[in-house]
Design a protein around this ligand. Structure first.
Ligand SMILES: *[C@@H]1O[C@H](CO)[C@@H](O)[C@H](O)[C@H]1NC(C)=O
Ligand SMILES: *[C@@H]1O[C@H](CO)[C@@H](O)[C@H](O)[C@H]1NC(C)=O
Ligand SMILES: *[C@@H]1O[C@H](CO)[C@@H](O)[C@H](O)[C@H]1NC(C)=O
Ligand SMILES: *[C@@H]1O[C@H](CO)[C@@H](O)[C@H](O)[C@H]1NC(C)=O
Ligand SMILES: *[C@@H]1O[C@H](CO)[C@@H](O)[C@H](O)[C@H]1NC(C)=O
Ligand SMILES: *[C@@H]1O[C@H](CO)[C@@H](O)[C@H](O)[C@H]1NC(C)=O
Ligand SMILES: *[C@@H]1O[C@H](CO)[C@@H](O)[C@H](O)[C@H]1NC(C)=O
Ligand SMILES: *[C@@H]1O[C@H](CO)[C@@H](O)[C@H](O)[C@H]1NC(C)=O
Ligand SMILES: *[C@@H]1O[C@H](CO)[C@@H](O)[C@H](O)[C@H]1NC(C)=O
Length: 790
């Protein structure tokens, strides 16, 4: 410990020394890629700040100039690379700006201090840090060490909320697809970064230090010691041992193009030696999730990672594997009327992918049966055969992995003409099944009407797609056509009467109507049939159909799937998939001997699931859907314990009714936001409020109001706030073993959600990020609304 402190002092001393001795760049200086001065060197010539050539042009950055290989350690403005040979870097004469003129009219201020005295000089230091200094030469106004890109050098830190982003390639430092994030919760995590949320499930490496708390930083010292530290005395995790040579040595940690972290050592005493790797986060070169993009997978060949496309697919861009693979046609098998068209299943042995199965076929005891079942279901585009189950999936397939240790078989549906025998030379285990004619059944009357509906819908069918953040043109192609979704089917009233056996078995009563259990005869699929209340049926046929289409287009693993609907005369019915495990209310409030209440981590996972579903409704759908009735009774649990939101989209049907009476509050007492009572505009924030209350139900496993409890505990939200204020949150979980710091954070998230002023409540997206620990949680104000609601 003492040696570390001593070492830290040494660093600071050398820093000051370096500043004093360094070669100074004065205001008014400029750099150009091809002119007289292309870079500014550090005193020993080891590092250079300036232009360097990169793919299709130049980039501005810092590279190690003292070794034969050009090794870039920092790059300016990575999202606008490359710059042309006409680019210029100006250090303005007043010292207030460091401006990169890209040569095509666009100017970027790397440093901009218009409201204060400018910098007196700039300096490229021998530590690899480029600094702008005040007139006393001591105060650092700006430094590259505070703005890491893909590399961490000795003496540099990655502080909470900062991230390193990989490059597109070794010769193009544009933003790549992986990141290393220093989270405010103390965990250091690697995530795929493009359009994929930062959740622990999507990560592929982490230090598991998420209970370490705030202010944890990643450090690298001059002896190759890489570690997480909270303050100078509190080591959180030593990632490398350190203690490597310090004389004539450079250490740099980088998130490489393949997403793996590597610590490199350069021996400056022997110029003919290249850098060597002394530590890496994984030796499996295919470990990074999403390395090969959607519909692609990674194989290690001759010790290098190579991407492959699923059978029948081709690379979007053969130079940029991360863009994934696509087919040059869309497999709209449900719309194909040409009975001559053939499909077949190809198999990929030892495969797995991100499971977002929309259906699990029962009793698929063999791969052949699974293949056949997928061929027979026109919605099925791929299936994962696990030995017991056949999990139907739609495209695109994400995070496909092929590895000898995986016991599953991936089955992918293709046009028989698009795959030739042995079309994939790299993977011998891909083989082609006998082709089979697509069954087109247009015999029964109901199917004919179904086909008519499809034709009516097909013109307007647009699918809900995930918002893929593509801030570069070349990534725009990455929005590979997601498969088109089928709308829900229309049932006749008589059909539903038969399915539910005359509306016999009642499953429950909700704010929208009564729910009955049913069984669709030919597919043996259990369904929940919801008969809407009278008031909801004022809605005209047209509006109802429109709303059903909106709901039918939603597709998310945390939303119940609308199987179909019926609109006949004054009857309005909805058919949902049946959830075997009941509602969240059953699980939380009436735990049975055989089914004790879920544990803390399980509950948090459920809350995150629900939050994801709401984020989808609010932000990721084609049309924003406000649920208006988020409560535990509307959260259904499937057999895998996955929480699914039901009853969404129905509030819309009340709209006409609402304008008529203007008093009807949609939603359930205790969960409705104060703005309902105040007749304020209703926004997505009403769902945030309801989620907050629901979240407290989940945290504490109890109802909103429980009069069997002492008066000061009877109202849940009030009690939560009291415990929080008194610093006694552990009371809330009734002796369960939960880390106090985590519990406080979770309570804070809930308190933010139930703020009286809707504008203060965070968006659902932000709530999700807070739950996942991706963003910091500020201290919430007292939610004054608590009393006004009860
Ligand atoms: C981590 O390194 C520091 C400094 O060398 C040392 O004091 C500490 O004991 C190490 N911790 C572990 C767990 O090895
Ligand atoms: C650079 O400037 C010259 C002269 O102004 C112009 O002709 C040329 O097109 C420019 N090149 C680029 C790549 O912008
Ligand atoms: C360092 O952190 C530990 C644990 O959080 C704390 O007990 C200690 O007082 C801190 N030391 C300093 C110097 O801040
Ligand atoms: C320098 O490194 C090269 C390559 O590793 C090696 O062959 C050579 O012997 C080294 N020279 C010295 C002086 O260590
Ligand atoms: C060093 O790297 C360069 C370029 O990557 C390569 O051409 C050269 O052979 C390497 N030298 C040694 C000694 O590995
Ligand atoms: C792998 O290496 C072997 C021998 O080094 C070579 O014959 C083979 O072509 C390589 N395979 C690939 C796919 O590069
Ligand atoms: C799709 O690709 C296959 C194989 O590359 C080719 O034979 C076929 O003509 C292509 N189809 C279209 C519509 O481009
Ligand atoms: C296969 O997967 C296992 C478990 O995920 C992993 O430990 C192993 O390194 C992988 N092997 C290869 C060759 O990718
Ligand atoms: C494809 O493979 C099957 C079975 O191996 C074989 O019967 C068929 O003739 C092959 N087709 C072509 C075009 O090579």
């Amino acid at each position: 410990m003492a040696s570390f402190t001593a070492f830290a002092f040494t660093i600071f001393l050398t820093f000051d020394l370096a500043i004093a001795q360094s070669y100074n760049v004065t205001p008014g200086s400029l750099l150009t890629p091809t002119g007289a001065t292309t870079s500014w060197l550090s005193p020993s010539g080891l590092y250079a700040f300036g232009f360097y050539p990169q793919t299709h042009g130049y980039a501005l950055g810092i590279y190690i100039a003292g070794i034969p290989e050009r090794t870039v350690v920092w790059t300016a403005s990575r999202d606008t690379l490359p710059v042309s040979k006409n680019a210029t870097l100006y250090f303005t004469t007043d010292g207030r700006r460091l401006t990169l003129d890209q040569g095509q009219g666009q100017k970027i201020n790397i440093f901009d201090q218009t409201d204060a005295d400018g910098a007196s000089f700039a300096s490229m230091q021998d530590s690899g840090n480029f600094v702008l200094l005040d007139s006393d030469g001591m105060t650092v106004l700006w430094q590259t060490f505070d703005h890491p890109t893909e590399t961490l050098l000795a003496g540099q830190q990655l502080v909470p909320k900062q991230a390193l982003f990989s490059s597109v390639s070794e010769t193009d430092q544009s933003l790549g697809i992986f990141k290393l994030k220093m989270q405010p919760d103390g965990n250091l995590v690697q995530y795929p970064s493009r359009g994929i949320p930062d959740t622990i499930g999507n990560s592929y490496w982490f230090t598991a230090t998420f209970t370490a708390g705030p202010n944890v930083k990643l450090n690298l010292d001059s002896g190759g010691f890489l570690y997480l530290v909270q303050n100078s005395t509190n080591f959180i995790r030593n990632i490398t041992e350190g203690g490597y040579p310090t004389k004539d040595a450079i250490y740099r940690m980088k998130i490489d193009v393949d997403g793996i972290l590597r610590l490199y050592y350069h021996d400056l005493s022997n110029k003919s030696k290249n850098g060597s790797i002394i530590w890496e986060s994984s030796t499996d070169k295919c470990v990074a999730r999403g390395l090969c993009g959607i519909n692609g997978y990674c194989l290690v060949m001759n010790d290098t990672a190579r991407c492959q496309c699923l059978p029948g697919f081709e690379f979007v861009n053969t130079e940029l594997w991360s863009l994934g693979c696509e087919r040059n046609y869309t497999l709209e098998s449900c719309k194909i009327q040409d009975a001559g068209t053939t499909f077949q299943m190809t198999s990929l042995i030892n495969a797995r992918w991100e499971d977002t199965a929309y259906e699990i076929a029962e009793a698929s005891t063999s791969q052949e049966k699974c293949s056949k079942a997928c061929l027979d279901d026109c919605n099925c585009e791929a299936a994962l055969f696990t030995g017991q189950e056949c999990r139907f999936q739609k495209l695109p397939l994400r995070f496909v992995a092929v590895n000898q240790s995986l016991p599953y078989v991936g089955l992918i549906k293709v046009y028989s003409s698009s795959v030739k025998n042995g079309s994939n030379p790299f993977h011998p285990s891909i083989h082609i099944k006998k082709s089979r004619k697509m069954k087109i059944l247009l015999t029964s009357v109901s199917l004919i009407s179904f086909a008519i509906i499809i034709m009516l819908f097909s013109g307007v069918l647009i699918f809900c797609r995930r918002h893929i953040q593509a801030n570069r043109n070349k990534y725009e192609n990455a929005n590979v056509k997601l498969s088109e979704e089928m709308g829900p089917r229309e049932f006749s009233y008589a059909e539903l009467e038969r399915i539910t056996n005359g509306f016999q078995e009642e499953l429950g009563r909700g704010s929208f109507g009564i729910v009955y259990k049913g069984m669709i005869e030919n597919s043996k699929k259990a369904v929940a049939v919801k008969k809407l209340r009278e008031e909801l049926t004022h809605e005209g046929e047209q509006e109802f159909q429109t709303e059903m289409k909106v709901i039918g287009r939603t597709h998310h693993r945390n939303l119940a799937t609308l199987v179909g609907y019926c609109s006949q005369g004054s009857e309005r019915l909805l058919v949902f998939e049946y959830m075997t495990k009941g509602s969240l209310a059953d699980i939380l409030f009436t735990p049975k001997e055989s089914k004790p209440k879920p544990c803390w981590t399980e509950r948090i996972r459920m809350a995150i699931d629900i939050a994801r579903g709401i984020v989808y409704l609010h932000e990721e759908c084609e049309k924003t859907i406000i649920h208006c009735d988020i409560k535990p009774h509307n959260i259904l649990m499937d057999e895998y314990g996955c929480a699914k939101i039901s009853d969404f989209g129905l509030a819309k049907l009340l709209e006409n009714d609402q304008t008529r009476t203007n008093t009807l509050i949609r939603g359930t007492r205790g969960y409705v936001a104060p703005e309902w009572h105040k007749k304020l505009p209703i926004t997505v924030k009403v769902d945030v409020y309801s989620f907050g209350i629901l979240f407290f139900n989940i945290l504490c496993c109890r109802r909103n109001v429980d009069n069997s409890l002492p008066v000061d505990e009877a109202v849940l939200a009030e009690w939560v706030y009291d415990c929080y204020e008194a610093g006694q949150v552990s009371k809330l979980v009734n002796g369960e073993d939960v880390d106090n710091w985590t519990l406080v954070r979770m309570v804070q998230v809930g308190l933010w959600c139930i703020q009286e002023d809707p504008s203060i409540r965070p968006s659902m997206k932000k709530v999700l990020l807070m739950l996942e620990g991706s963003i910091e949680i500020p201290v919430p104000p007292n939610p004054a609304s608590i009393l006004s609601v009860f």
